[in-house]
Every structure is written in C-alpha cells, then in structure tokens.
Design a protein around this ligand. Structure first.
Ligand code: PEP
Ligand code: MG
Length: 906
C-alpha cells in the first residue's frame, strides 16, 4: 500500500497525473492531468482507491485516523488556492463537492454530494456575498436533501415509498399553488430547509450535522459505501469490473452553475457518441447545478449552434422558436463557448480519444469538472477509431486496439427492412439517443421488464425518464423509450454503453404509469402492445417492423481490412447450411471450421429416412435408408462448397447420440410404425432401447461410425461426390473430413480406413481424383493427452472445446446451468467455462496437444470450433498457442477477426 493517500490538485499544478488511474480513479487522474496541461479546474484533492479497500477491511474510524492529517493539509492547500474562503468558516465559507471516481467509469452508479460546508450561518454569508439569496437557499436545501438521501440513508429503497424530501417539496409547492421548482422563492426555500431539517431529525433521531468537518467525513464514507450499492454491484457485473478496484473520492471546491443567469452547467462530447461523427456536441442548462443536465428532469439546450439547429429540426421546432426558447451556448454566451471549444479540442488532442466532459460556467468563467474517454456505441467506436487513424491522431495498432470486439455485435444486428419501414406508421419522434432497431412489447417498470424477459418476451421499456435504478430493466429490454431527457441523460449514456437502442426525450408522448398506458398522436397503447424504435432517427413505430441482415461496409469494412493486415490466424465459421456459409463469408469468414452434418437430418422428409436407418435391425436395412439420405447430404455439401469457393470446408461426421433423432410422442411413433411396416410396440421398444443414462458419454461421435461403418461410408461418399461435382462446375474445393470424439488413435485409424476406401471407390467410378484431408476433433481429454499418437493419422486437429470443457471439468453441458451461476457468485469460478475458455485447465490440455501433435507432424493444422472460437479472450489464447485458425458462428466472425488481430498486435 502507498504511503501517500491524498493527492492535491489545483491552479495548474497536481501531485498526481493522468497515468495514475488505478490509484486515483479515472476522475481523479484526469483532474490532475487537466491541471498539468493548464485547463481551469476548481482545486481539490483525491483520496485513493486503496483507502476505499482499507475502509471495507478496517472500518470507518481506523480509516479516518489513517488519512486525517493528509486530508486536513490538502484542504489547507485548497484554501490557499481559492485565496480567501476557508473550509468551516461561516463568515467566508469554502464549499466543496464530494464525488466518487473508480478506475473504470460507472456513470451515475455511485453517489455525489454538492454544496458541502453549508449550515444556517454559512448560507447567510453565501446569500450576502452572491447578492442572490434564492441561489444560496436553493444550494442549501439541495445539500440537505442530497446529504439526507445519501449519507443519512433517507432515500427509500423500494419504489413504492417516496423520498421524504420530495414529499415536502410537493406539499410546499401545492400550498403555494405552483408546479415548478423554479417558481419557489428564497423564502419558500428557507421554509423547505426548516422542514428538511425536521425530517432529518425525525428520520434519524439526530440533528443535521452543522460543522463542515463532520459533514465531510460523513460524505467521504458514504461515497465509499456507494461502491457496494446494488446498482454499482450490478454495473460491475455487467461490465466485468472487479470489486477490489474500489473507488477514489474527489473533494473539490464548488463552482456554481446556478449562481445567476450568466452561470450554467453542461455535459459535452468531443465527437458524437452515437454515430461517431467528428462534431463537438453537448447540452447545457443556464442557472442550473450539477446533476440537472444528466438527470433528464429539465430538457437541456444544445451547446453549438449547428447542434441546436439539428435538434430543433428533429423536434419540429421552428427557427424562431428555437432561438427564443432553446438558444445554444454559442449564442447565449459566445465567449465562454469559444473558451470551452478550445478546451475540448485540447483535451481530445491530448488524450487521443473522444472525450466526455462536464463543465460549469460561474458568472461567465468556464471551469472543467471532469473529462473521460466517452462511452460510445459500436458504430461510433468503429468510426472514431478509423477517422482518428485517418486524421493522424492515432496509429494503426492503436486504432485496432480501440475496437472492443464484443461491441461489434451491435453492428451485426439486423436493421429495419427499408421496405417494411416505409410502410410502418410513425407514432412519435424523440431523440436518436442510441442507434439500433428494436421491436418489443411495451412495459413501464424495470422489474416487470425483467419478469417479461424471463418469459422470453421481447420488451421495450417505456419510462417518463430513467434513473440508474432502471439498469436491470434496460439490460433485458430490446430498447428504451423515454419522454424526457436529452442525449446526455443517464438513459442515453447507459444505453449507448450497453449498445442498446434508445429513443429519449420524446416530449410528445404521454405516459400514465397508473393506467399502464401511453398515448401517442391521439391513440392509446397499453402494456403489452408492440412498438418498434429506430434509435438512429428517433422514430417510434406502431407494431412490429421486419428486419434484415446488416452489412459490413464503410468504416467497419476499413477496420476489418486493417485487422487482416495484422492477424496471424484465419477466422472460419461454424455453418451447417449454404445460407449460413454465405452470411459468414459476407462477414469475412475464410472457410468452414465445422459443419455439423446431423443438423441436415432434421429438415423435411430427411428425418423419416434417418429414423428408418436408426430403427433398422440389420445392416442391409440401414443401407437402404442411408441410400435415401445420400442425395440430400450431397446436395447440401454442394451448396456449401459453392458458398466457400476457394476455401477449406471441414465437414464433421455424425456426432450426436441416435436417441436424439427418434420420435418421443406416441402419435409420431405410430406414424413411423406405419411407414416402416412395424407395429407400434416394436417402434416404442426400439426407441426405448436407445435411451442412455449419460448420452453425452454414450454411443455417439466416432463410436457410431465405428459400430455402424455404413454411416461413415455414406457420409464420406456424399462429401467426395459433392466435391467432384462442384469441381466439375469450376468451383475450387478443399474438403476436410473430420472425425468427432476420438479418444484412442485406433478409433481414428478405423474411420480413416473407411473414408479412404470410400474415396477410392468414388474416384474409380468417376474416373478422377480430388485432394481431401482427414482430421479429428480434439474434445476428449484422452485425445489431448495422446495427441502425439493421434497426429500420426490426423492431418488436422480441431479443438471441440465444448466437449473438452465438459469432460475436463466433469460438468455436463446440459445440466451445469443449475450451479454455474452460483459458483460464479461464490467466487469458485470467475467465468462460465462454457463461455470463456478455462486457460489454466482446458487450455493446459490444449497446449499439450498442440505441442505433441506438431512434434509428430510439424505441418499439422490446428484450429478450434467450440463456442470459445468467437469469444475474444479465448481467441487471444488460441493465438498464443500458435493455432492456424479459429471457427465461430457467422455473426461472431468479425468479432473473432478483430480479437485475432488484437492478439497479434499485443
Ligand atoms: C465441441 O464439442 O466443442 C464441438 C464443437 O462439438 P459439439 O458442440 O457439436 O459437440
Ligand atoms: Mg463436441
């Protein structure tokens, strides 16, 4: 642990710097760095993340002892920096904010306290000094409310009961006959303070703390506590942020955006966080404080004139109205705007990334309160990386590393079918807060969104405004629609971070939570009705609108070309049909790593022939049925070879236990009996005889091909004949026949013999030869351990990490769901090993297999085709093992391509 626990910053000097995020949190590190590059930042200090961890270990009292001296002397330095006001001096009070700031940004998840240091005396001084009693008393009542909610625990936990402070505000407004907070005068706010303090006494049994130091220590500990609040825990879980990182605490001199009409507060992005467009944009409110902009309670105005005009056009607001009611900062405070514009440019150039900044203007003077790399959508991520590369701001490798592979998923999701969208009825329009196409049933509450989603409903969460409490609901919803809030509201920021479609600030809609209805353009929609959202245009449609597949083009395509320049591994796809193969090739797949042939047997009439084969008691009977399947398989393979013209196609022989193919319902059993000329009893008995206690460890994989060689024969024939047929048509074919579930080299040897003999027979019949390869899955631990022997026969290995994980852990793939979640919560497992490859155990076997296999056969081709082949950290691991390729489902191909390139660059 460091010996220094508190880091001062202010007046363009700082003890910390931008590289110290781990210790100072993102906010603290950046506040220090902004000082170092000469940006105006109110002075303050940061208490380290290590102290947060200490707090949870040793408790409040010991922690206060540990840092008291450092905090007191840092506060002295803040007093020197502001030159006059003193902390705790009621005649000239220094007021501070206390804010959280973890290593990774967690927007809105933890707590903040503003205006700390106020009491009954200090507020009078503030009123006199500012010449604005209303401002002073408003600051004081906000402080008591925030402090009461956050530090004194008065915020109600369940959504049914109301915040006691809000109840009081409501009553005072009602008595006065006004609706808006801004209509309350200084005397009303004074009255609020009296009632707020009484509420504190009533709720906590204690008076509201009046000394600044008592207030400060309470606030610091409350911010630490907020690291462990439910929404912070959930956010960390969703974003894989470790709990032991802790949060830092930033104590900073207050500046006031609510001091006068020459004061303002706002949030801005150096580029568009939704689309990535290189345009300065953001929102502000005159005469407002802190969270007013992001909380989505007042509709904020745009910072730039251009942004303001675009916004007005989207809301159907005339230019005259816009100028009168919603002017931009560029118009209202041109000098402050010019300074802010310079600062944003400086910050982006300094950090080489899109910045998300918070600022306050106090009586015309601009102050920066925060800068961080902005959260962005997948589309914005790709565009910003590519454009910064073209602008010379970052190099190719940095551009590649800027892509979060998983986030590409958003770009691969279907988009609205242009034809369907033309015909669809627009029922409302809001702000395009987070792009995407979403259709779902209307729900109004986050917990209900969860319940509906659990029942596999697609839902759109519809809220007047969202708060961090809605996180769970947002996570499971297809999209989010809000009536209030701008592009920087929590709903928008969090939705973009999640890659979730969001339309916010649709002011024209009327939501009635009690009746569970929403009124849009004169029509009432109920809970459960379908609507569709276009997060790129802000349009809301009635009903469900059809979608089509996305395309890889523009910046996305550029980034993919860049990935291919650096990658060492190919990316193939797992595809069972010609259509899947085509889709995957469109996403850049270079071949097929796994074609699961059994999936072809489920279509149409094929299942009948398959069942006939399975239920035949004799080889002859089976051959008759297989003869029916042959042409169907052959034509499927032909389609796949065609789609993958020029690339390798790995086709796996039949793998699953036969019981999966037989009918389980009496009616279908009867039908089958009639078809096969058997009695129902005979069919039922035959089906019954195929039941196994552990089918995944039973009669499956190459055990089928070795006990029923005629199945392998038919499949090998279908593959070779299809290859010859397609080659005759000018297609370049590279068939690779893969044997599943080999554990003993002899199993492979026998299968290879059947395949080779069949191929020779076909060559003879057709009077020509083609090249083909025989290889094996490595998915049984014994195969991994004896890989050296297996490589004597196999020309390639493909790791079937689904089965290899199952058999290495001894966790049934089909049953592990029951305990894996609990195991992760208990910390026994970090991840679900069926999702994220277990590098230590399963990976250890893989490493051994690659080494031994290549010792036997240096040119041995090695790949992976389990689900892990599309998971970024597992792809990186495959790179380190020196594999030739990874194979994954079509929609994960671009993700794997980026992950593979990143592994090479790292
Ligand atoms: C595997 O086991 O990883 C694999 C790809 O095969 P399947 O999932 O079909 O068992
Ligand atoms: Mg398998």
């Amino acid at each position: 642990m460091s010996t220094k626990n508190v880091y001062f910053f202010g007046n363009k000097a700082a003890e910390g710097n931008g590289k110290m995020r781990d210790l100072l949190g993102g906010k603290g590190a950046n506040l220090a760095e902004m000082n170092l590059i000469g940006i105006p930042v109110p002075p303050g200090f940061t208490i380290t993340t290590e102290i947060c961890n200490a707090y949870f270990q040793v408790g409040k009292d010991k922690v206060v002892d540990m840092i008291r001296n450092e905090v007191e002397s840092a506060m002295k330095r803040v007093e020197d920096a502001v030159n006059g006001p003193k902390f705790g001096d009621n005649k000239n009070p220094l007021l501070v904010s206390v804010r959280s700031g973890a290593r990774a940004s967690m927007p809105g998840m933890m707590d903040t306290i503003l205006n700390l240091g106020l009491n009954d005396d200090a507020v009078e001084t503030l009123a006199a000094k500012s010449g604005n009693p209303r401002f002073a008393w408003d600051s004081y009542r906000r402080f008591i409310q925030m402090y009461g909610d956050v530090v004194l625990g008065m915020k109600p936990e369940n959504k049914e009961s109301e915040d006691p402070f809000e109840v009081i505000i409501h009553q005072v407004k009602k008595n006065k006959g006004v609706v808006s907070d801004t209509e309350l005068e200084a005397s009303d706010l004074k009255e609020l303070v009296v009632q707020f303090k009484a509420a504190v006494k009533q709720n906590t049994g204690k008076d509201f703390p009046i000394t600044a130091w008592e207030q400060l220590w309470g606030a610091i500990m409350a911010v630490f506590d907020s690291w462990m609040n439910d929404r912070a825990i959930l956010y960390r879980k969703l974003n894989k942020i470790p709990a032991d990182w802790g949060t830092a605490v930033n104590v900073q001199a207050m500046v006031f955006g609510n001091m006068s009409n020459t004061s303002a507060t706002g949030v801005a992005f150096t580029r568009d966080a939704a689309t990535g467009e290189d345009i300065f944009n953001g929102e502000y409110l005159i005469n407002a404080q802190g969270e007013d902009v992001v909380a989505g309670i007042r509709t904020p105005q745009q910072i730039t004139l251009e942004g303001s005009r675009r916004w007005a056009a989207m809301q159907n607001i005339s230019e005259d109205d816009r100028k009168a009611k919603y002017p931009s900062l560029e118009e209202t405070m041109p000098e402050a705007f010019a300074e802010l514009n310079n600062i944003q440019e400086l910050l982006e150039n300094h950090n080489h990334d899109m910045q998300d900044i918070e600022f306050t203007i106090q009586e015309g003077k601009v102050w920066l309160l925060q800068t961080r790399n902005g959260k962005r959508t997948g589309a914005a991520m790709v565009r910003i990386a590519n454009e910064m590369l073209k602008q010379g701001m970052i190099d190719e490798k940095t551009a590649l590393l800027r892509i979060e592979p998983q986030k590409l998923d958003e770009l691969l999701h279907p988009v609205f079918d242009p034809k369907a969208i033309k015909a669809a009825k627009v029922v409302a329009k809001g702000l395009p807060a987070s792009p995407g196409a979403a259709s779902g049933q209307i729900v109004f509450f986050a917990d209900e969104a969860e319940e509906w989603a659990e029942k596999r409903h697609h839902v759109i969460l519809v809220r007047i405004e969202t708060s961090p409490e809605d996180l769970r609901g947002m996570h499971v919803a297809q999209g989010i629609l809000t009536a209030r809030g701008g592009m920087t509201s929590h709903a928008a920021v969090v939705a973009r971070g999640m890659g979730k479609c969001c339309v916010s600030g649709a002011g024209e809609i009327n939501i009635d939570y009690k009746a569970r209805t929403i009124e849009m353009r004169g029509k009432t929609y109920k809970e459960g009705d379908w609507i569709s959202l276009n997060g790129s245009t802000g349009e809301v449609y009635e009903g469900k609108v059809n979608t089509v597949d996305a395309l890889v083009s523009g910046d996305f395509a550029d980034v993919m070309v860049l990935a291919d320049k650096y990658t060492k591994m190919d990316v193939r796809t797992n595809a069972d049909t010609p259509n899947d193969a085509r889709v995957a090739r469109g996403f850049g797949a270079k071949g097929i790593g796994l074609c699961r042939t059994e999936h072809m047997f489920f279509e149409g009439d094929r299942i009948k022939a398959m069942r006939e084969m399975i239920l035949s008691k004799t080889e002859k009977g089976r051959r008759v049925a297989l003869q029916k399947l042959l042409p169907m398989q052959r034509s499927d393979f032909e389609g796949i070879f065609e789609a993958m013209d020029g690339y390798g196609v790995t086709i796996r022989l039949l793998d699953p236990p036969l019981h999966e193919f037989v009918p389980h319902q009496l009616a279908t059993q009867k039908e089958l009996a009639d078809d096969m000329g058997l009695t129902l009893d005979e069919v039922v008995a035959a089906c019954h005889s195929l039941e196994e206690f552990n089918p995944m460890l039973g009669h499956r994989g190459c055990r089928l091909g070795n006990t029923y060689p005629e199945i392998t024969e038919m499949q090998a024939r279908a593959i070779i004949e299809a290859a010859i047929n397609m080659q005759d048509k000018g297609i370049e074919v590279h068939p690779e026949i893969m044997v599943p579930l080999v554990g003993v080299v002899e199993e492979l040897k026998l299968q290879a013999k059947i395949i080779n003999e069949t191929a020779e027979a076909v060559f003879k019949e057709r009077g020509k030869r083609i090249a083909y390869k025989i290889g094996t899955m490595i998915e049984v631990p014994r195969a991994a351990v004896t890989a050296g022997r297996i490589a004597e026969i196999a020309e390639f290995f493909s790791f079937g990490t689904n089965d290899l994980t199952q058999m290495t852990y001894g966790y049934s793939r089909d049953d592990a769901g029951k305990f894996l979640k609990i195991y992760q919560d208990l910390g026994i497992l970090k991840n679900d090993p069926f999702e994220v490859l277990d590098q230590e155990g399963v990976g250890g076997l893989m490493k051994q297999a690659v080494t031994a296999g290549r010792q036997t056969k240096p040119e041995l081709k090695v790949g992976i085709c389990g689900e892990h082949g599309g998971e970024p950290s597992s792809v990186e691991f495959c790179h380190t093992l020196g594999m030739n390729y990874v194979s994954c489902s079509p929609y994960r191909v671009p993700i794997a391509r980026i992950a593979a390139a990143q592994a090479a660059v790292k």
